[in-house]
Design a protein around this ligand. Structure first.
Ligand SMILES: CC(C)(COP(=O)(O)OP(=O)(O)OC[C@H]1O[C@@H](n2cnc3c(N)ncnc32)[C@H](O)[C@@H]1OP(=O)(O)O)[C@@H](O)C(=O)NCCC(=O)NCCS
Length: 177
C-alpha cells in the first residue's frame, strides 16, 4: 500500500518518520496511553520508540495504515490513528492523543478522517473499534465518529494494568449514514 497524507481542519495526518521517535517515547510512557494502548513489556525507551515508528512507517504488507496526527501548522505530534488487520474489506481502528492535545476534538476528527479515506479509497466495508468499558472517553470518541455500539465482549483484552477488561465493540459500515 502507498503512503498517504490526509488533512482535516487544522490537522495533518501523515506517515511516521524516525524523527517522531522521541515524541512517541514520551507519549507511550503517558499513564493513560500505557494503560489503554499497552505495547507489552515495561517503559518504552529510545530504541523501542524507534522500532515502533519504523514498524508503523512500513505499509508494505498492506495489512495496516498508520498515521501520525499532527498540527497542520507547526507540525507538533498530537496523536496516532491506525487501521490494523486490513483484510477482505474489514479492519480495526486504534488511536491515542498526547495529554496536551486532549479534549479539543483531535481524536474524533482523526478517526473520522481515516475512516472516510478507508471506505472511499481502500473500499473497506466494515471497521471495528474496541475499547475497555472502563475507558469512557474512548467510548465517546467511538460514538462521535459514528461507530455504533454492537455489544460487550467479556474480559476480552489484557490492558496495561495486567488485567483482562470487558470491552465495548463498536463498528462502522461503509453503508452507514
Ligand atoms: C481517549 C482519547 C483518545 C480521546 O482523545 P481526545 O482527542 O481528547 O478526544 P476528543 O477531544 O476528540 O473527544 C473526547 C470526547 O470524550 C469526552 N470525554 C473525555 N473524558 C471523558 C470521560 N472521562 N468520560 C466521558 N467522556 C469523556 C469528551 O468530553 C469528548 O466528548 P465531547 O466532545 O462530546 O465533549 C485520549 O483521551 C487518549 O489518548 N486517552 C488515553 C489512551 C486511550 O484511551 N486510547 C484509546 C484506546 S481504545
Amino acid at each position: 500500500m502507498e503512503h498517504v497524507e490526509l488533512t482535516v481542519a487544522d490537522l495533518l495526518l501523515r506517515p511516521w518518520s524516525d524523527e517522531d521517535a522521541p515524541a512517541v517515547r514520551d507519549a507511550l510512557n503517558d499513564t493513560a496511553i500505557a494503560q489503554w494502548n499497552p505495547q507489552g513489556g515495561g517503559p518504552i525507551d529510545d530504541a523501542a520508540a524507534l522500532l515502533w515508528v519504523r514498524r508503523r512507517a512500513d505499509w508494505s504488507a498492506g495489512d495496516h495504515a498508520s498515521l501520525a496526527v499532527t498540527a497542520a501548522t507547526g507540525g507538533e505530534l498530537l496523536g496516532s490513528v491506525s487501521l490494523h488487520h486490513i483484510r477482505h474489506g474489514d479492519a480495526s481502528i486504534g488511536y491515542w492523543t498526547v495529554p496536551a492535545a486532549r479534549g479539543r476534538g483531535v481524536a474524533v476528527r482523526a478517526v473520522s478522517r481515516l475512516t472516510g479515506w478507508a471506505f472511499a479509497d481502500l473500499r473497506l466495508h466494515r471497521i471495528e473499534l474496541c475499547h475497555a468499558v472502563a475507558n469512557p472517553a474512548s467510548c465517546r470518541v467511538a460514538d462521535r465518529a459514528g461507530y455504533l455500539a454492537e455489544g460487550t465482549l467479556r474480559e476480552s483484552y489484557r490492558y496495561g494494568d495486567g488485567r483482562r477488561h470487558d470491552e465495548h465493540l463498536h463498528a462502522r459500515l461503509a453503508t452507514d449514514r
